[in-house]
Design a protein around this ligand. Structure first.
Ligand code: ATP
Ligand code: MG
Ligand code: FE
Length: 341
């Protein structure tokens, strides 16, 4: 089957044509960095307006790249949440219109499921179940992935997401937006032992995350004037790595056997984090899968692929399905810990 995938949940507009044999027939992506840069972060109204302007041309260009028309597509998949609601609605309404016009089924994809299944697009040998570290701009979770739609959340952040911490550190250091890649680049020239920074929740019994205290410590270190920015960046990145590895050690001990450790989400593009995870997997005799960098940050290929996985199971959605600003992968775990966690 061939799936048209559409992504618009944050500040990337994207369209892809994905085969259920894992072929990436086309992928077009338009970032909005320039539009948001003056504000130091994503402005929801600007994002929604930009999606309106570029999404339809991107879809046309992707179809053109693949040499296909809408008639050749078997289903239309779009992110239906979670994310900035204005942008999500733009993508979902576009998908509904195309599905209705062409008489094709609609698949409403959870953006987090797109991230969670993206390693299976990258690596055909990756089977369920696997242990997943989902680290992105809005989320930091450890999940056991038992199948499509079957997610057990073992850990989440009690305050900030890891990507958020990278972005705030970038802002504090004056590196600008988007922050993660800039912090990583600066950290390469710094000394990771130069700045004493906390490792929140290290060693605690439950494998949850916390990054708010680390961000505050970065701010104090920067304001003290005692440290070089590259040393702060390197020390910050090392602290994040230590937290991720410690919490994953706990989750591996508690989560039941899984043959593979898998990482997904924008922060998975970070080289230091990828190396540390690869070493962790080796210590536990687990295979390690990390998608290529372009598939870690927001894209439409992962939405098309999640659509292909759902389509193969007959999981399509009615045309009146609503966009959801919040949409946890494991609703039971979310309810148990209460809103916002
Ligand atoms: P979510 O998926 O939770 O809704 P999002 O879609 O905004 O959030 P992604 O696009 O998956 O998030 O990831 C973006 C995040 O990844 C940003 O916080 C960005 O700083 C971070 N990031 C991207 N590249 C790197 C990198 N090389 N090192 C660290 N962080 C990075
Ligand atoms: Mg982005
Ligand atoms: Fe994302």
């Amino acid at each position: 089957a061939i799936i048209l995938g559409i992504e618009s949940s944050c500040d990337e507009s994207a369209a892809a044509l994905i085969g259920s044999d894992r072929s990436i027939l086309a992928h077009r992506l338009a970032g909005q960095e320039d539009a948001h840069r003056p504000y130091g972060g994503v402005v929801p109204e600007i994002a929604a307006r930009a999606h309106v302007q570029v999404l339809t041309p991107l879809i046309e260009a992707a179809l053109n790249d693949a040499g296909l028309t809408l008639d050749d597509v078997d289903a239309v998949a779009a992110t239906a949440g979670p994310g900035l609601i204005g942008g999500v609605m733009v993508g979902l309404v576009t998908a509904k219109a195309l599905a209705m016009a062409a008489g094709k089924p609609l698949i409403a994809v959870n953006h987090l499921e797109g991230h969670a299944l993206s390693p299976r697009l990258a690596d055909s040998s990756l089977e369920f179940p696997y242990l997943l570290l989902l680290v992105s701009g809005g989320h930091c979770q450890i999940l056991r992935v038992d199948g499509v739609g079957q997610y057990r959340r073992l850990a989440t952040t009690i305050d900030d997401a890891a990507g958020e911490a990278f972005d705030k550190t970038a802002k504090i250091l004056g590196l600008g937006y988007p922050g993660g890649p800039r912090v990583e680049a600066l950290a390469k020239t710094g000394d990771a032992r130069a700045v004493p920074l906390p490792r929140p929740l290290l060693g605690s019994a439950e494998p949850h995350f916390s990054f708010a205290g680390l961000k505050s410590a970065v701010l104090r270190a920067a304001q003290s004037g005692n440290y070089r920015p590259e040393d702060i960046a390197a020390s910050f990145q090392a602290a994040v790595v230590d937290c991720l590895i410690d919490r994953l050690e706990k989750a591996i001990a508690q989560g039941g056997p899984a043959s593979h450790l898998v990482v997904a989400g924008g922060v998975a593009a970070n080289g230091a984090i990828r190396s540390a995870l690869e070493a962790l997997a080796a210590r536990h005799d687990m295979g390690f899968v990390a998608p290529p960098l372009w598939l870690c940050t927001d894209n439409a290929a992962m939405i098309g692929w999640a659509g292909a996985e759902r389509f193969a199971l007959g999981l399509t959605d009615p045309l009146d399905i609503a966009a959801r600003p919040r949409w946890p992968l494991d609703p039971a775990a979310e309810a148990a810990r209460g809103a916002g966690v």
